[in-house]
Write a protein that binds this ligand. Structure first.
Ligand code: AKB
Length: 320
């Protein structure tokens, strides 16, 4: 059985991914780690949990040895918006954390490392519509710089050391369990919470801003489908485009109005508009479809219905 370490497991994706991995591989085979002991409380209740700063190579190695880890999924990252406020922190966590993971995996001859990339790897010179898999990668954010470097490093470890490294370029991820923290696409989650609580939302990007997005069930599916894919079928490794849906903020607000007709939105663009303007409108994910059978399930209205029902339940129980 695989012995899996998930780093940054209390974050938006990690918190749900760990639970799904534990269902598939057994709680005793999935070790969740996070910087923040409190954030990991829920994960510690139903399985193994360790406090870990990915920048501390000795601690990371000790945990890998203790649990005889042979697969690492590294979700620890500083996202785009916080990364622009604290570029050195973004470099430290995203690059030094990553090289620690890759080096320990290489030294311990692990079976696989999965590292997330992002649509932030693209930049203003990248074709914005149906962005190809192979294209111009000249991001203008520190987060984007670390994502491109991470993709290149991952592919380097595959070629140079024969380590199995895989990664996806996540679009904005929308979910109702754990809030995202510090990203440019966070508006697409906040809007649902505000629609339920206050029936109105002030968005930090303009109404015609269009970005690729994905609902969490599809995000988990993409991550696990790639995690479980046969290495021999992969021509790409650390940089798969994965598409699902793509919409403007106005289209998102209109989708919410179908369920909450009184919902109102206004706009106060801030520095995150400049980041969003450098990212694609939509991506071509045909390589992911061909190499490991990627296929998304949710569209905008199906996601909106699900999101609003889930958040309404939390609201009714007094949880938000
Ligand atoms: C962000 O907005 O920074 C992230 C991402 C697209 O990688 N959600």
């Amino acid at each position: 059985m695989k012995k899996i370490l998930v780093i940054g497991s209390a974050g938006q994706i990690g918190s749900e991914l760990v639970l799904e991995l534990r269902k598939r591989y057994g709680a005793e085979n999935v070790v969740a780690t996070d910087l923040c002991p409190n954030a990991g409380k829920k994960l510690a209740e139903n399985g193994l949990f360790e406090v870990l700063n990915v920048c501390n190579r000795e601690d990371l190695k000790a945990i890998c040895e203790k649990y005889e880890i042979d697969h690492i999924i590294n979700m620890a990252a500083i996202l785009s918006a916080v990364g622009e406020k604290k570029p050195m922190l973004a470099w430290d966590v995203n690059m030094n954390g990553l090289i620690n993971v890759l080096e320990i995996a290489r030294e311990m001859e692990m079976k696989q490392v999965l590292i997330p990339s992002s649509i932030a790897a693209f930049g203003p010179e990248t074709p914005a519509d149906f962005t190809p898999q192979e294209t111009i990668l000249r991001p203008t954010t520190m987060y984007g710089v670390t994502k491109v470097a991470g993709e290149l490093l991952g592919d380097y470890y595959v070629r140079r050391f024969g380590l199995d490294v895989r990664g996806l370029r996540y679009p904005g991820i929308i979910s109702n369990e754990t809030l995202p923290g510090g990203g440019t696409t966070d508006y697409a989650v906040e809007i649902y919470y505000e629609a339920i609580k206050n029936k109105k939302y002030t968005c930090f990007v303009k109404e015609d801003t269009q970005l690729p997005m994905m609902y969490m069930p599809d995000c988990l599916k993409a991550t696990l489908d790639l995690f479980e894919a046969d290495f021999d079928n992969l021509k790409h490794h650390s940089d798969f485009n994965v598409g699902s849906m793509s919409f403007t903020v106005k289209e998102l607000a209109d989708s919410i109005k179908k369920y909450i007709p009184e919902f109102e939105i206004d706009y106060a663009p801030d520095y995150r508009q400049d980041i969003a303007d450098t990212w694609p409108n939509s991506v071509d994910d045909s390589c992911a479809r061909m190499e490991w059978g990627w296929e998304p399930s949710f569209d905008l209205d199906a996601m909106t219905k699900d999101m609003l029902e889930a958040i309404q339940k939390k609201y009714d129980k007094g949880l938000i």
